[in-house]
Design a protein around this ligand. Sequence first.
Ligand code: FAD
Length: 288
Amino acid sequence: VSGNTSRTAFQNPNAPSPTANTGAVIPCLCVTEPSHGTDAANLEVRAEPDGDGWRLNGEKTSITLGMNADTGLVLARTGGAGARGVSAFYVDLDDRHVSRSPFDDLGGRSMGRASLHFDGLPVPRACLVGAEGAGFVSVMRGFDYSRAIIGLACLGAAQASLDEALQWARDRQAFGRPIGTFQGVAFPLAECATYVHGARLVCYDALWRKDNDLEHSAVAAMAKFWAPKLATEVIHTCLLTLGHLGYSADSPIGQRLRDVIGLEIGDGTAQVSQLVISRHLLGRAYAP
Ligand SMILES: Cc1cc2nc3c(=O)[nH]c(=O)nc-3n(C[C@H](O)[C@H](O)[C@H](O)COP(=O)(O)OP(=O)(O)OC[C@H]3O[C@@H](n4cnc5c(N)ncnc54)[C@H](O)[C@@H]3O)c2cc1C
């Protein structure tokens, strides 16, 4: 989090600086609302003026780490309709004006998701991040980075599953031979390895372009559209290669599959990624 965040914004004066990167403060990003996911620019949580600051009212939902986060970067409406009326606030979540309720998810269980209810949370001016009305655009820019990172995280899960499936193809015997000698087993794994390699290069390209201050929204969207979907397909193929053992909860493969499916949705679905790519290819005039 950058901008005009300040330690004075926190009720706990001993809390580590939010920029220290020590891991001592767990933050979360609060964009999604019950009625606005993909259509995030129309969000309804309001920051009402109150003295020199604001009070936050409304509900954010589907927030990763929502039950455990100390702080949240919350997008809220300070102005009129649309993206330009949205500001970002970095707030303390351990406040009596915030209540939380957990989700029971298929995957991603180590982090979990939650709904956060803001009931008049006081927000001093020091908690405003960036300029008033600029919150939406700056958070969306952050997605151009996180989407490539999420792609790599999914491909890591795919690669681990592929490594296990390849080892199983060497070790497991059927009809008196290792199953890896059957093309029906080996070729799907060869195909998976090829696509994983390609998708990984797309993710690296997005990050390289960002590091070199080049336009990278479209490539990051390609990474987000392709890598989680591919990882889901690859892990599924690996599970089938392991036969009945792959279907057991004793195998880590099922957990990986459930985890990467969540990342097909979080940070933007395949459809929204494809909207970004299409807009880049065709021009803004062709955006729906
Ligand atoms: C594991 C996970 C973690 C998450 N973590 C966070 C978090 O930390 N913070 C946060 O704020 N949110 C988080 N989210 C929420 C996530 O960002 C939203 O779920 C996502 O943006 C989609 O919104 P939605 O679920 O409301 O779906 P909707 O927007 O209701 O969409 C439903 C379906 O319609 C499609 N659709 C919608 N509009 C269009 C269109 N114009 N063209 C084509 N198709 C369209 C979507 O792609 C989707 O398939 C998380 C979600 C998951 C699953």
